[in-house]
Design a protein around this ligand. Structure first.
Ligand code: CAA
Length: 284
């Protein structure tokens, strides 16, 4: 390579290294109309040159941004997507991980970030185009619901590189698909196309590729227009369905149902229904 060519490559690598790995747009703008989608933040994993592989810096930026949005009154729902044409995210960054040891992984403790995603209280909608593999599939499943493009593929291919899913894949995929299908996928590393993922309940809906972001933002916009306290309570209660025995889950649901009767939004919602007018939510 010529000296000038080398300099250009080095400059573009330096720019890529400095560029934020997670882009935030708040409020998000609708891709077709350009109008802001009220209450919705759009987060984009932005390393398309490596199919948005999730290195530790990307995960740090993602989790810190999600936590910031979680306490921001202007945000009621987030859409998470991947930059470029090919991927939501093709997994943890294999180059970064290749030389890890049990000791280095324990000391870095970077997988603890995934726990922090689980504690986000406002809903997150994944808009998945292309590959959602390994950590990418795990990240989509850590969101609250998934809107997928027809060309989306999900999968846990870790077995093919000598490991197993490490950020929830064996647990969440099994809960989403059932044991037989999860075993088939995790033991072979086979990819699951979007339509099949939808048929098995992993994906809420599958849409044409060019409609994916719009569909996810519209879903998020509808969620954002609902009373925020009830939205957070509903998210938490549905997630408890994974963790609790039925009796404890029902008890959790009932207590939160009762608790919402202390909110102004419950009084407003029911009064508006009776008066046949639109409710005005206060988030209190
Ligand atoms: N980590 C690092 N780099 C990755 C990556 C990853 N997970 N996935 C893709 N890339 C990089 C490639 O190395 C390549 O970079 P270069 O141009 O510098 O070579 C670039 O992205 C484009 O990828 P490909 O040329 O491979 O694109 P393709 O279209 O031929 O194949 C693919 C696409 C099938 C998704 C293939 O890239 C692939 O198999 N990726 C790895 C998928 C995987 O194994 N994910 C699991 C990771 S482990 C994990 O996630 C553990 C966990 O549970 C947390």
């Amino acid at each position: 390579m010529s000296r000038r060519g080398r300099a250009a490559t080095e400059a573009s690598e330096a720019a890529a290294a400095e560029r934020p790995r997670v882009r935030l747009e708040l409020p998000a703008s609708h891709p077709h109309t350009g109008r802001p989608v009220d209450g919705v933040a759009l987060l984009t994993l932005d390393r398309p040159e490596v199919l948005n592989a999730l290195d530790s810096e990307t995960m740090r930026q993602l989790v810190e941004t999600l936590e910031r949005l979680d306490v921001d009154d202007a945000t009621r729902c987030t859409v998470l997507t991947g930059a470029g044409d090919k991927a939501f995210a093709a997994g943890a960054d294999i180059r970064e991980m290749a030389d890890a040891t049990p000791v280095s992984l324990t000391i870095a403790n970077s997988f603890a970030r995934w726990e922090r995603i689980r504690r986000i209280r406002k809903p997150i909608v994944a808009a998945v185009r292309g590959y959602a593999l390994g950590g990418g599939c795990e990240l989509a499943m850590a969101c609250d619901t998934i809107v997928a493009a027809e060309d989306a593929v999900f999968g846990q291919p870790e077995i093919r590189i000598g490991v197993i899913p490490g950020a929830g894949g064996t647990q969440r995929l099994t809960r989403a698909l059932g044991k037989a299908k999860a075993m088939e996928l995790i033991l072979t590393g086979r990819n699951l196309p979007a339509r099949e993922a939808e048929a098995h309940g992993l994906v809420a809906k599958t849409v044409a590729r060019e409609e994916t972001l719009a569909a996810a933002l519209e879903l998020a916009g509808t969620i954002a227009s609902m009373p925020p306290l009830a939205v957070m309570a509903a998210k938490e209660a549905v997630n408890r369905a994974y963790d609790l025995p039925l009796e404890a889950g029902l008890e959790f649901e009932r207590r939160n149902f009762f608790l919402l009767f202390a909110s102004e939004d419950q009084k407003e919602g029911m009064a508006a229904f009776v008066a046949k007018r639109a409710p005005e939510w206060k988030g209190r």
